[in-house]
Design a protein around this ligand. Structure first.
Ligand code: EPZ
Length: 423
């Protein structure tokens, strides 16, 4: 638990090159996928963020050997017998749920603590349980734990559409379990996120038979066993989007090394509409901005729609835009904890159900603010860079869940941020 504070002052224009870490949301399910074989795997380009360290703790608690050096994770399941993901670890990170499928496939049994509440809104796991039950698993909820058993998983047709569309980790869980199930599984309304594709590519490199990943219908033909793998994780598109919005907020000419245009189509579209210049390069994106952006409306949707994980950062940008914009949250309708903090910095944002009406203001004003969740914290860093006076951001544990040394990398391209460490 850090008690550090970020002191953020008006910054920019940003210039030079920022480089990306590997994608947290690809690393987590890929670490769980390593449970599907007894052989050792080496996963590269893994971000050193606290969510990854939490998954390392869960794997170790299951009896798996894990070493993490630089950005390389060596994972050796061997004959691990563990099947329990305990409350104290799962409550730290909801994504722990993605060990459920691999445990059922490898051990035929799993006990995973029910994920607790989340500030970004209700996050049920009904699609995970429904999908795995369709493959033959049975579940009971006992003492706050999901207790699953599967004498044998059998391939089947699984429809994974929920009230808010597809589910990223439910798709991951069912796809992983199906790799070792008897027969063919067809996942309908599967999530199409690049992180799901990265997981599928890693599973195929382990010997799985998967087709259609990246589209809404994924076909998995079960095999008897998988092998260990050496795999490099994709760059983090949400981190890339955060840097792009930073440059749009304070102006500048910033190149984001490793950013992939095909992962950021909706983001590029919205920022271009807001008069931010974006140049696509082979392995990078160049962002240039020299004036406050034009206000644009944004609606979050599952990929390839605009990512909900960039909604807060985009709201910070629209808070200093020319005109009025409407941001509608179609994935997590309650994901608006950042509005109050942005308004404390002089923004003019009104919430209407699952939308926020943002009236752009000339200038934000620095204030003491607290991050309520990972992406809200990133939005407050960006708002602080576009504000007069000083912003003091606390609650940095949230930020460190998904960004590796974010402030240092922003300072390297021209931001004015200092970390104040408490003794
Ligand atoms: C993944 O979470 C990401 N996390 C989230 O990123 C991201 O916000 C989310 O996908 C959506 O893009 C990881 O990959 C580790 P979902 P996930 O299941 O898989 C509803 C970040 O900031 N739903 O796709 O848990 C759910 O309530 C994090 O890095 C059900 O109704 O999200 C939501 O409204 C935050 N039943 C919608 O579907 C279910 O069983 C999408 O959730 C599962 C989900």
């Amino acid at each position: 638990m850090t008690t550090d504070t970020l002191l953020i002052r008006r910054s920019g224009p940003l210039h030079g090159t920022a480089s990306l870490s590997g994608a947290k949301n690809a690393a987590l399910p890929i670490m769980a996928a390593c449970l599907l074989t007894e052989e050792p795997s080496l996963i590269e380009n893994v971000p050193r963020v606290t969510d990854v360290l939490s998954m390392v703790d869960i794997l170790r608690r299951l009896g798996v050997e894990v070493t993490f050096a630089a950005d390389r994770l060596s994972i050796t399941p061997g004959g691990f017998r563990g099947a329990v993901a305990p409350y104290e670890l799962v409550s730290r990170m909801r994504a722990s749920i993605c060990v459920l499928g691999p445990l059922l496939a490898r051990q035929g049994t799993a006990q995973v603590s029910m994920p607790g509440g989340c500030v970004i809104g209700p996050r049920p796991i009904d699609l995970h349980l429904k999908g795995l039950a369709t493959l033959g698993a049975t579940f009971a909820i006992e003492h706050g734990y999901i207790v699953g058993t599967a004498a044998e998983l059998r391939g089947s047709r699984v429809h994974l559409g929920g009230a808010f569309g597809s589910s990223v980790l439910a798709t991951a869980n069912v796809m992983m379990a199906a790799t070792l199930a008897k027969g063919v599984t067809t996942i309908e309304q599967a999530a199409c996120e690049p992180e799901v594709v990265d997981l599928a590519n890693c599973l195929v490199a382990m010997g799985a038979r998967i087709e259609g990943h990246g589209g809404p219908i994924i076909r998995v033909e079960g095999v008897s066993r998988l092998r260990g793998v050496r795999y490099r994780i994709i760059p983090d598109r949400i981190e890339a989007g955060t840097f792009m919005i930073a440059a749009a907020m304070v102006g500048g000419d910033l190149t984001i090394d490793g950013a992939r245009a095909e992962h950021l189509g909706a983001v590029i579209d919205r920022l271009s509409e807001a008069t931010v210049a974006i140049e696509k390069r082979n392995t990078a994106l160049r962002v240039r901005a020299s004036q406050p952006p034009q206000a644009v409306d944004v609606t979050t949707l599952p990929f390839p729609g605009f990512p909900t994980d960039l909604q807060a950062q985009m709201m910070a940008l629209m808070a200093v835009a020319r005109g009025v914009s409407v941001l509608t949250e179609k994935v997590y309708p309650e994901r608006f904890m950042h509005i109050a903090e942005l308004n404390r910095m002089g923004a003019s944002i009104v919430r209407e159900g699952s939308s926020a009406i943002v009236k752009g203001v000339e200038r934000l004003s620095g204030a003491p603010v607290t991050g309520s969740d990972l992406r809200a914290s990133a939005a407050l860093v960006l708002a602080g860079m576009a504000a007069d006076n000083q912003t003091e951001l606390t609650g940095l544990d949230h930020l460190e869940r998904g960004y590796q040394h974010l402030e240092e990398r922003l300072v390297r391209v021209g931001a004015n941020i200092q970390r104040l460490s408490q003794p």
